[in-house]
Design a protein around this ligand. Structure first.
Ligand code: GLN
Length: 486
């Protein structure tokens, strides 16, 4: 059990030193999931048998003194909107409740090539729409630090399972903060790479100009290794970038003297909880101590990012989700009079309230009479927000802010107030609109012992500087060694 709480790097060393076998490590993860997950709700489905098969292969390699990849044998979870052949991929939606993947997503193929045991599919907000994981059609997920609080969303299961040491690593998807927000609320690290770095082939699309897959882990080093394992060009995803990923882990430990750190003014002002502010200011002082230059940066259009996002994301979602019509996949309503009736009843019964709200908003924004007033205007504003970021990155190397103005909130406290729920993403959404890489890392705790996350945003394609700077800060703060008492 103790080993389960360690980082992937430490587990890798324990495997190589034969302190534990991969089968034992995988079994420890199985035992912990069986013990905790009824309470936590982090998983929609489990794939223990195939995980043990992979672990056995890793042990054979170790026994023969063959080299193993850094993540071989490390228990890992996939968000349940990612296809893995033969597993259910439900998106936490009734409409896909019994859908079984006929193929592997590219990230799944890569994990398999790296001999990573996939323990199961992690719970999420339905179709990744939400910030608290309360929109799952099946189960809510609870925060391992306080079971009466939300884990954040939409990748709530991916984050909670790592924070509670059910697994060591996981993958999430981030369309408007869905990796970073739950990482922040659960006290772990979550990283959204530059748009296009990781193939989305086999990820069920939410908003295609924003979606990006990324890793969760307990340390910057762990997420870097997982990122390196999944990143790179893929001809099956037309938005995938044909560029070298680079050897980021080899450069992670470079010192950061002279690094220019921009503090986003608009995200440090009113509305930020006092404890969050103190922890973020402390992280900024630590950057200074490490030799970085600190500068205040204003992003005046950032305040429009939520408005822009809820037009662009809902427009794209309304189009992406048109395919779920009772014909091709999953659920089909019974007792229908004709084809149109079947479409209507299937979608009415199959989608939950938040998904319906998004489809209606998006359809409205795209309708011919309103296209110019909403969708076109949102795209224009998106360009202007990107210009603000480009200007900022001429002056600094990274930008920092709180990941969220507050720590995790109580279950049911915002579930009936969509607008308030949408506002939790104020700090994270702009990186999706712009396409830049961004992460959330733990930098402290509030008075109630809930984790606080720092968001670090990098220049597009410069994952290396972003992760180096986060690594240096992490070493100095040491917060990642904390674990919830669950
Ligand atoms: N919370 C945002 C939403 O509800 C972001 C979701 C995401 O990144 N998948 O749309």
């Amino acid at each position: 059990m103790e080993l389960l709480k360690k980082t992937a790097k430490e587990q890798h060393e324990a495997l190589l030193n034969k302190e534990i076998s991969a089968v034992e490590l995988t079994q420890a993860s199985i035992d912990r999931i069986e013990k905790l997950d009824k309470t936590l709700g982090a998983f929609n489905s489990l794939t223990f048998e195939s995980a043990l098969d992979v672990a056995r292969k890793v042990d054979e390699k170790i026994a023969k003194n063959e080299e193993i990849p850094p993540l071989a044998g490390i228990p890992t979870a996939l968000k349940d909107n990612m296809n893995a052949i033969g597993t259910k991929t439900t998106c936490s939606s009734k409409i896909l409740e019994n859908f079984v993947s006929p193929y592997d997503a590219t990230i799944t193929v890569k994990l398999k090539e790296n001999l990573v045991p996939i323990m199961g599919k992690a719970n999420l907000d339905e179709f990744a729409m939400g910030s608290s994981n309360e929109n799952s059609a099946f189960n809510i997920v609870r925060n391992p630090y306080n079971l009466n609080k939300v884990p954040g969303g939409s990748s709530g299961g991916s984050a909670a399972s790592v924070a509670a040491s059910e697994v060591t690593l996981s993958l999430g998807s981030d369309t408007g903060g869905s990796i970073r927000l739950p990482a922040s609320f659960c006290g772990i690290t979550g990283f959204k790479p530059t748009y296009g770095r990781v193939s989305r082939y086999g990820l069920i699309a939410f908003a295609s100009s924003l979606d990006q897959i990324g890793p969760f882990g307990r340390s910057i080093e762990d997420v870097t290794y997982l990122y390196e394992a999944i990143a790179g060009y893929d001809s099956k995803d037309s938005t995938s970038l044909k560029l070298e990923v680079g050897n980021i882990s080899a450069n992670l430990k470079k010192d950061i003297k002279g690094l220019k750190v921009g503090v986003i003014k608009e995200l440090m002002s009113d509305g930020v909880n006092d404890d969050v502010k103190i922890a973020v200011e402390n992280a900024i002082k630590t950057y200074e101590k490490l030799g970085a230059e600190i500068k205040e940066i204003s992003l005046p259009l950032l305040k429009h990012s939520i408005g822009v996002y809820y037009i662009v994301a809902t427009a794209e979602a309304s189009s992406n989700l048109a395919r779920f019509d009772g014909v091709k996949y999953g659920f089909r309503a019974q007792n229908c009079e004709n084809l149109l009736d079947m479409y209507c009843k299937t979608r009415a019964q199959g989608f939950g309230p938040e998904v319906k709200r998004r489809i209606m908003l998006g359809t409205y924004a795209l309708s011919s009479g309103y296209y110019d007033a909403y969708y076109k205007k949102a795209q224009q504003l998106r360009r202007l927000i990107a210009n603000d970021f480009e200007k900022a990155f001429k002056e600094v190397d990274i930008l920092v802010s709180p990941t969220c103005p507050t720590t995790a909130f109580d279950l049911n406290s915002k579930a009936n107030n969509p607008l308030e729920m949408y506002l939790t993403d104020i700090a994270t959404i702009s990186s999706n609109l712009v396409g830049s890489p961004a992460l959330s890392m733990p930098v402290g705790f509030d008075k109630d012992n809930m984790p606080i996350g720092l968001q670090v945003i990098g220049k597009k394609l410069d994952e290396s500087t972003l992760l180096q700077s986060a690594y240096a800060l992490e070493q100095e703060l040491g917060v990642y060694n904390s674990r919830p008492n669950i």
